[in-house]
Design a protein around this ligand. Structure first.
Ligand code: KIV
Length: 277
């Protein structure tokens, strides 16, 4: 069995200039496939609110939802580090509540680390959670849990002041004990500056190639989610077409009674059949 990827590997990979590959997964089957592909870390993202649960944002996602999916993912993963998102409002009210919710993701969700959104305003929560022995990944730039405050899914840090604030936020997360930071939807020049200013790795999504690693939502990469496709997504497959094609062949064959075929059925011995009749 391969050795489990840890936060120490993250540090080493940054020092050695080796990029970190991260993808989301939300269930056992997908997590085991992504793990088998050699991914370094799997994020049980609260993006499951959009791509699995069908909400129009991540705001309705609960700690119970995250525990449920993280537990399924963790059972499918042998090598990758499993990072689970703390959802909306699960780390804002108090340090105590933040530690308790992070603890649930670790104990019940079997995650190896948690991720939360925000900068200096959540630094005290990052410190409290890491003081409890739970590794924390930060998330800056476009922070989807604040979509209603940000006024939509927009590129962040485009002007000098906003960029400087994000750089300061990144430093305060590092100081508070975060082991890595996701940078979402920010100009690549800013992502480069932040990455070069920190000793912990940055993981980019829509932040360019100068981050220390990259992350994508698995449903986007596989072409399974078409409600919206951000500019930063590269689609490596078009499973949507294949899944619809496979399902419509199934429907046709069921209607035509050509499925199941002789190779899919079970037979009784003649003498047992006689007893039945
Ligand atoms: O929830 C998620 O999938 C994320 C990634 C987009 C980084 O936070």
């Amino acid at each position: 069995m391969n050795k489990r990827v840890t936060t120490a590997d993250f540090r080493r990979m940054k020092q050695e200039g080796k990029p970190i590959a991260m993808l989301t997964a939300y269930d056992y089957s997908m997590a085991s496939l992504v793990d088998a592909a050699g991914i370094d870390t799997i994020l049980v993202g609260d993006s499951l609110g959009n791509v699995v649960l069908g909400y129009d944002s991540t705001v309705p996602v609960t700690v119970d939802d995250m525990v449920h999916h993280s537990r399924a993912v963790s059972r499918g993963v042998k090598r990758a580090m499993v990072v689970c998102d703390l959802p909306f409002l699960s780390y804002h009210v108090s340090r105590e509540e933040s530690v308790r919710n992070a603890g649930r993701l670790m104990q019940e969700g079997l995650a190896h680390a948690v991720k939360l959104e925000g900068g200096s305003e959540v630094a005290d929560k990052v410190k409290a959670i890491t003081d409890a022995g739970i590794p924390v990944m930060g998330h800056l730039g476009l922070t989807p849990q604040s979509v209603h405050q940000l006024g939509g899914y927009k590129v962040q840090g485009k002007d000098g002041d906003a960029a400087r604030k994000l750089l300061e936020d990144a430093k305060s997360l590092e100081l508070a004990g975060a082991f890595a930071i996701v940078l979402e939807c920010i100009p690549q020049q800013l992502a480069k500056t932040i990455s070069e200013s920190l000793s912990i790795p940055t993981i980019g999504i829509g932040a360019g190639v100068h981050c220390d690693g990259q992350v994508l939502v698995i449903n986007d990469l596989l072409g399974m989610f078409s409600d919206f496709t951000p500019k930063f997504v590269k689609q490596y497959a078009n499973l949507k077409e294949q899944i619809i094609g496979a399902c419509s062949s199934y429907v046709e064959e069921v209607k035509a009674k050509s499925f199941p075929g002789p190779e899919h059925v079970f037979n009784m011995k003649e003498e047992e059949l006689k007893k039945l009749y």
